[in-house]
Design a protein around this ligand. Structure first.
Ligand code: SF4
Length: 516
C-alpha cells in the first residue's frame, strides 16, 4: 500500500494570501486568513470541526461541503483524507475550505468512498501545514487517519512519557499523542489499540478516524465536545454539528453518546461503550455561541434555545427601553427572545460587514478603532434619541463591547444598557476552546458594576447560571451533579486538568515554531 503524507503537500496548495501584517506600516491591507478581525478576537473560539462519511460515491465532495458548513468551528486550516480501496489520498491547506477545496481538480485527487475531513482553529500547536489534521500514520495495522475536536488535559504528561520511550513527534498537536499511544499499544487489533490508547487519555474530545475499510467515531466519556451521527442514502456520517448534514441533504440519526465508540465497516455498524460510565457534561457554551443557530443539539434547535436564553434574560433583568439591538451576528437570536419577552421593539441597529474576514485593515496603534468599525457600523436611524438595550452572547476581554457601546452613543442613543446571554466568563477553557488567560478575562478581574463603568453602559446584566440552565435544558442547575460543563462560568472543571496541576502548560505541547 502506498500513501501520501499530509506533510509532503505541494506548496501550491498553501494559501498565504497577503502575508502577515508587519508592525511598521500604518495601514496594512491584508487577506491573511488567520489574522482575526478585531471584533472576533474578543470571543471564545471553538477549536475544530470534524466530518467523516463511509460508503459514498461522492465522499470527498460531501466532506468538502460538510467542512464548509462547519467553517465557523475553525478557519485556520482544513484537510481531507480519502481511501479508494487501493490507497489513501490527502489534501491539506491553510485557510478557508471554500478557498482551497473549490475545484474539480482538487476533488478528483481525493477519490474513494471513505473520507475524513477536519477544520482547524488551533489552540495546541502553531498553524503550519504539518499541524493540519487529519493526521495520517502507517501503523502495524495499516494506514490510519485521525482528526479530533477538543483537548487532552494530560497531553503534555503523555507526550513526555512517549518521548522517553523513543517516540518522535512530527507536530505540536495533542492528536499526535493519540496516534503514538495507538502505535505503541500492545494489543493486536486496531479497535483494541484505540480503546487502550484512549484509556490513557484525560480530556474533552470527539474524534473521527478512518482506515482503508473503517470509519470510527469516539466521544469522550463526559461528552463535552459534540459528535453526531447522520446518514445520506445509506452512507453513515459522523459530524460535529447537524448543519453539516443539512448542506448535503443528509438526515440526522442521533448523537453519539458520551463515551461511545461507533465503528462503520463493510460488515455493518458496531457500537461499543468501552469506558467506565461517567455523568455526561456537554459544553453549555455550544448553545450560547459555538454552534450554528440552525444546528440541532440534544433534539433542540440552537436558535430556539438562544431565543429562550434571551427571554430568560429579559425576565431576570429587563430595563425600560425604546429599542432592543443585537450585537451581530451571535447576539441576534437572544436579542429577539429578549425583545419578545420584554415587549420592546427589536431593530437591527448595528450592521455587520460580512466581508471583513477576508480583506481587512489591520489596525495600528494610530488607528486602532478602525478594527471594530470595519466590521460593525451603527444604524443611526434606529438609535438616535432612543434608550437602547444591546444584547450580546458574552463578554470576554470587553474591548469590543466598549467600542460598540461608544459607537451606539456616538449614533445618538440617550441610554445604553447591555444584557449578556451567558454568565460572566471568568475562567479559561481547557477543553478545546481558544480562550484568553484569566488575566485577560474581564469578568475574572472586576465585578459587574466595574465592568459596566469600564464598558461605558448605563447598566450591565448577565443571565444567571440557573436561568441559562432553565433555557437550555428546562431545569435549573443541579449543583451536586451539574448537567453541563460550565467551567468557564463556575470554575468547576469536570475533566481533571492533569497537566495544569503539574505545572505544565495545558494548551501548548512544545515551543516549536515554524512558518509555512
Ligand atoms: S469550559 Fe466553557 S467553553 Fe469550555 S467546554 Fe466547558 S462550558 Fe464549554
Amino acid at each position: 500500500m502506498t500513501q501520501r503524507s499530509p506533510n509532503d503537500h505541494d506548496i501550491d496548495h498553501i494559501n498565504h494570501g497577503g502575508g502577515v501584517p508587519t508592525k511598521d506600516r500604518t495601514l496594512d491591507l491584508t487577506t491573511h486568513p488567520f489574522a482575526h478581525p478585531a471584533a472576533d478576537s474578543d470571543k471564545f473560539h471553538e477549536e475544530c470541526g470534524v466530518f467523516g462519511i463511509f460508503g459514498s460515491s461522492d465522499a470527498a465532495a460531501h466532506t468538502v461541503l460538510g467542512l464548509h458548513a462547519l467553517q465557523h468551528r475553525g478557519q485556520e486550516a482544513a484537510g481531507i483524507v480519502t481511501h479508494d480501496s487501493r490507497q489513501f489520498y490527502s489534501h491539506h491547506s491553510l485557510g478557508h475550505v471554500g478557498d482551497n477545496f473549490n475545484s474539480e481538480a482538487v476533488i478528483s485527487r481525493l477519490p474513494g468512498d471513505v473520507a475524513l475531513g477536519h477544520n482547524r482553529y488551533a489552540t495546541t500547536g502553531d498553524t503550519v501545514l504539518r499541524n493540519v489534521q487529519p493526521l495520517f500514520a502507517e501503523l502495524e495495522t495499516g494506514g490510519f487517519a485521525i482528526g479530533h475536536n477538543g483537548n487532552l488535559t494530560n497531553a503534555g504528561t503523555l507526550r513526555s512519557e512517549l518521548v522517553k520511550r523513543g517516540c518522535i513527534f512530527q507536530s505540536t498537536m495533542d492528536t499526535e499523542v493519540i496516534i503514538h499511544l495507538i502505535a505503541t499499544s500492545s494489543y493486536h487489533d486496531l479497535i483494541d489499540r484505540i480503546i487502550d490508547a484512549l484509556k490513557s487519555v484525560v480530556g474533552a474530545y470527539s474524534l473521527v478516524a478512518m482506515t482503508e475499510d473503517q470509519l470510527i467515531g469516539v466521544r469522550d466519556p463526559m461528552g463535552v465536545r459534540p459528535l453526531l451521527l447522520g446518514q445520506l442514502d445509506g452512507a453513515p456520517i459522523l459530524t460535529s454539528e447537524s448543519c453539516a448534514l443539512d448542506i448535503i441533504g443528509a438526515e440526522l440519526v442521533r448523537e453519539v453518546a458520551p463515551g461511545e465508540m461507533i465503528i462503520y465497516s463493510r460488515d455493518g455498524i458496531e457500537s461499543l461503550m468501552p469506558f467506565p460510565p461517567a455523568k455526561s457534561r456537554p459544553c453549555i457554551f455550544e448553545y450560547v455561541y459555538f454552534s450554528r443557530p440552525d444546528s440541532i443539539a440534544q433534539g433542540r434547535s440552537i436558535y430556539s434555545v438562544r431565543k429562550a436564553i434571551g427571554a430568560a434574560l429579559a425576565k431576570e433583568s429587563a430595563v425600560p427601553a425604546d429599542v432592543v439591538i443585537p450585537v451581530p451576528d451571535s447576539g441576534t437570536p437572544a436579542a429577539l427572545g429578549y425583545a419578545e419577552e420584554a415587549g420592546v421593539p427589536f431593530e437591527l441597529g448595528i450592521i455587520r460587514n460580512h466581508y471583513v474576514g477576508r480583506t481587512f485593515i489591520e489596525p495600528s496603534q494610530n488607528i486602532r478603532n478602525f478594527g471594530v468599525k470595519l466590521k460593525h457600523n451603527a444604524n443611526r436611524a434606529e438609535i438616535e434619541g432612543r434608550r437602547v438595550v444591546l444584547v450580546d452572547d458574552s463578554i470576554v476581554r470587553g474591548t469590543t463591547s466598549k467600542k460598540i457601546v461608544q459607537m451606539v452613543r456616538d449614533a445618538g442613543a440617550t441610554e445604553v444598557h447591555m444584557r449578556i446571554a451567558s454568565p460572566p466568563t471568568a475562567n479559561p477553557c481547557y477543553y478545546g476552546v481558544d480562550t484568553p488567560s484569566r488575566e485577560e478575562l474581564m469578568a475574572a478581574n472586576m465585578d459587574v458594576a466595574t465592568m459596566a463603568r469600564q464598558i461605558g453602559v448605563n447598566s450591565l446584566a448577565f443571565i444567571s447560571i440557573d436561568g441559562l440552565y432553565q433555557a437550555v435544558g428546562g431545569i435549573a442547575r443541579n449543583n451536586e451533579q451539574p448537567q453541563y460543563c460550565d467551567a468557564c462560568f463556575s470554575e468547576e472543571y469536570p475533566v481533571s486538568l492533569v497537566d495544569l496541576a503539574q505545572g505544565r502548560s495545558p494548551a501548548q505541547l512544545s515551543l516549536l515554531t515554524e512558518h509555512g
